[in-house]
Write a new protein. Structure first.
Length: 135
């Protein structure tokens, strides 16, 4: 019985193929199967409007404001501080036909790098932050 809350996520990466069972040296309980690295989206309407405004101005490296193309367009917050590996179980993941454009992928890569390192390299994301700070 699966009793988990289904949440929209952005796939940030995938692992390689499963490891052949006799070659595993880890304990039985250690999951070593194929997995995907995901970051969850949270509904912005349930959060403080002031916080959502600060996220829209790119004040936090671990939060990204977005609108999902699923069903009704609603504001969401992508949480890069809650990235986790999830098994590629067909029953546990519902795939959609949506994919990031190369430009959007570059923004997510820059934002993820900013979250991991704390440093924001000069470029589009840095220029965007400076633009909204001045407004």
């Amino acid at each position: 019985v699966r009793r988990v809350r289904r949440r929209a996520c952005l796939v940030l990466g995938v692992t390689g193929p499963a490891i052949y069972r006799p070659m595993r040296t880890a304990a039985r309980e250690t999951p070593v199967g194929p997995a995907i690295l995901v970051a969850p989206y949270y509904d912005a309407s349930t959060l403080d409007p002031g916080f959502v405004d600060r996220v829209r101005r790119a004040e936090y490296p671990h939060c990204v404001w977005d609108r999902l193309p699923l069903g009704a367009q609603r504001d969401v917050i992508l949480r890069l501080d809650q990235v986790q590996a999830v098994g590629r179980d067909p029953l546990g993941v519902e795939w959609t036909d949506h994919a990031l454009t190369p430009a959007a992928l570059a923004v997510v890569d820059a934002w993820f790098h900013w979250n991991l390192t704390g440093a924001l390299a000069p470029g589009d994301l840095h220029d965007f932050r400076e633009l909204v700070r001045g407004a």
